[in-house]
Design a binder for this molecule. Sequence first.
Ligand code: ATP
Length: 232
Amino acid sequence: MSLLELDDVSTGYGSFRALFNVSLKIEEGEKYAIIGANGAGKSTLLRSICGLLRTENDKIHFDGKPIGQLSPHKRVGLGISYVPEGRWVFPSLTVNENLLVGAHSRRSGMWTVDKVYELFPLLSRLRQRQALSLSGGEQQALAIGRGLMANPRLLLLDEVSLGLAPVVVEKIYEAMPAITSSGTTVLLVEQDVGQAMKFADRVACMLKGRLVLEGVSGEMEHDQIIAAYFGV
Ligand code: ATP
């Protein structure tokens, strides 16, 4: 049994359909990346997994249980943590307070405020600063740290590198081995194909709401990826 299983998931916004018949299996401990152009449906897929969008209950299974109708809150309790695109932090709260918010429905586990500061030393010296005064990279680190505070089994990361300088992106990705070596499964969405291939064991490409290519990252051909990404 895989940790996460999507079986023929179709969903959208009102009458607009953004996902078409998506099936996917992710194993415990895996590093998995979804790539695709703007509007391909990557964020919609993550929103369906974390519960911001509902599906039929048995279209999504987590650890063998159907979760498609569960609230996001209940899914956090089961071990699914979502870090949305755009580095959403609570701007008027301090760094420390933002992390404590992430602990609201936490499972027991290794991630604590101190562990997050160890993972991102840059946050440690900013702990009493309001989040609104942080740089983009610091906010991204904080958003990931807040996601970890729930002690997830599955961490969903949406576009962590968007709008950040390459050197900052490197810093964020440097933290990934410490996250995955703790046993946490990571599913991330990334527009930067190179970064996704470097990070992930397996990669899937989305195009216009469909999964059009899936494979082991080291075994995928450049031309094959470009064709799937752009639909040529
Ligand atoms: P991006 O990187 O631009 O976020 P994406 O691959 O994550 O791209 P989605 O955000 O999942 O794509 O969007 C898929 C489709 O759903 C797009 O056509 C988008 O316009 C539409 N969409 C996304 N969010 C909403 C919403 N809240 N209401 C209506 N349509 C939406």
